[in-house]
Design a protein around this ligand. Sequence first.
Ligand code: G6P
Length: 621
Amino acid sequence: MSASAYALRMCGIVGYVGERSALDVVVEGLKRLEYRGYDSAGVAIRDDAGELTVIRKAGKLANLQAALAEASEADLTGTLGIGHTRWATHGAPTDRNAHPHTDCQGAVAVVHNGTLENFEVLRDGLEHRGHTLLSETDTEAVAHLIEEQYDGDLAAAVRTVCAGLEGSYVLVVTHRDHPDLVIGARRNLPLVVGLGEGENFLASDVTAFIAHTRTARAIDQDQFVELRREGVRVTDAQGTEVDGEVFHVDWDTAAAEKAGYEYFMLKEIDEQPEALRETALGRVDVHGRLMLDELAMSDEDVQGLSQVIVVGCGSAYHSGLVAKYAIERWARLPVQVEMASEFRYRDPVLDRHTLVVAISQSGETADTLEAVRHARRQRASVLAITNTVGSSIARESDATFYTRGGPEVAVASTKAVMTQLVAVYLVGLYLAQVRGYRDGDEIRSHFADLAHTPDLVAAVLGRMDPVRKLAREIASCERVLFLGRHVGYPMAMEGALKLKELAYVSAEGFPAGEIKHGPIALIEKGTPVVVIAPRHALTPKLVTNVQEVRARGARTIVIATDGDDSMVPHADELIRIPDTKSLLSPLLTLVPMQILAAEFAMARGLDVDQPRNLAKSVTVE
Ligand code: G6P
């Protein structure tokens, strides 16, 4: 296996300097960042004797914690430290490849998120000059390069080394000669500073330090941070100090804790009514007109739009598919939806009359970020819909609609998707309002329905015991299909994605009308088929599709609206949801599918917060 095959794709990073036990702060931060990767973890602590102690372990953070418990306490007593939790793309992650990495002297310790493209050349050069590299990572080369450049000024050495790096990186560096300095550097990947009193933090995202401070500063492209107890200096690549925006994080610390739940995902599912309420809050003025100041476009520009293109990855892409139905219906604007990873490679037709909506929970997904950059280069206006204040996508877009879902820790997205749906409905209604396609009464009525959905979601959550039971019953099945029509189709894809990512079974979502053109061949006796069938003009057609699959032996699990009995004769299992306008039904139909997937995976004994091979946000293409 080539060494670059171990390149890091997605990781969590923490740096700390202050008065407390650095080990405690760093490990606690890693716990909160573990969703970003959990193949291995490690820490470097500068102890009071001025030595760097590095402990690293393959596997989840729990393995590292066990190793730390066995290590000498004196070695780990110190108030400056760095840590890392890793997600590798190929090969079995080992202790040796875990971060931090050190130089020949053990004087420099480095953690890294990203991929260095010129790593082979750098390593060859280092080996030629007599360095011995012990791991297969690209990161270790950085530690040795810093060793070569270091002449007492650590910040300068890191800047010089970074000038020779190609690729993407966040680096956090410490040196045993510096009891009060941690250096951070960033290109293309996220790095945030937490500003405390007598202590400061560096992390991949704010959840790592919100227990200690809510004041944060995002680091921009190609900037460097010098973190000390009494202050933080941010510079450009030449070492000149630069200003930046300090922001307040209002996420509740408790929101990043499990609070008695077995898994974050279960808690996040239960938090959905509140997350929806928060996201819809304060969007209407005293005259009942929708306000979307975030869009930052004049009415004239909105009226001049000729198309909307929505981009996102994974679950965010599914939210984007719903946006198409909402915006086209309400605002009569043509909408295309595209997976962000494909978007810019087909040279899409964009101009200043195009609104690109980029949806991303984390605001850091590399494919979506690149799509944003591409769109802006083509002079399109870009609206970000994200959950993460100060994230790269938020900062690089023309305007940002923040969903107010609070931190989402479980890898499988639940409340974030729900709040994205609210956001796209609001954008659709707002565009309709400004473009004059719907009158005020109609918009008010849709908004009132939307504002009522948190109560309906709470009601659905209260009815989920039969779904849990059903999930346990079918948990031995290796294939599950999901069918829907209209907005039920993207939800079928989202339901299938949830099951795929959590339970590792083959799950596919199809438009119900398409099933006879191929997918129906997948049906065997007893194959569970989840049918998303809220009350809609298309329900009679869905009835036909359900009959088709049932005739081939499928076990039909139908999600249907209270009082609508058209599916009753064709459903082996019936899951009821309250009535709502069909366009808004994804907010309700999603809930049983989330519960089904979580319970199905738990019945298989799987960790639903940290599914294998995945990471919550993927910061390389
Ligand atoms: C990863 C996660 C998905 C998520 C996607 C987009 O692949 O596993 O659950 O939907 O990234 O993430 P974003 O943060 O951009 O919404």
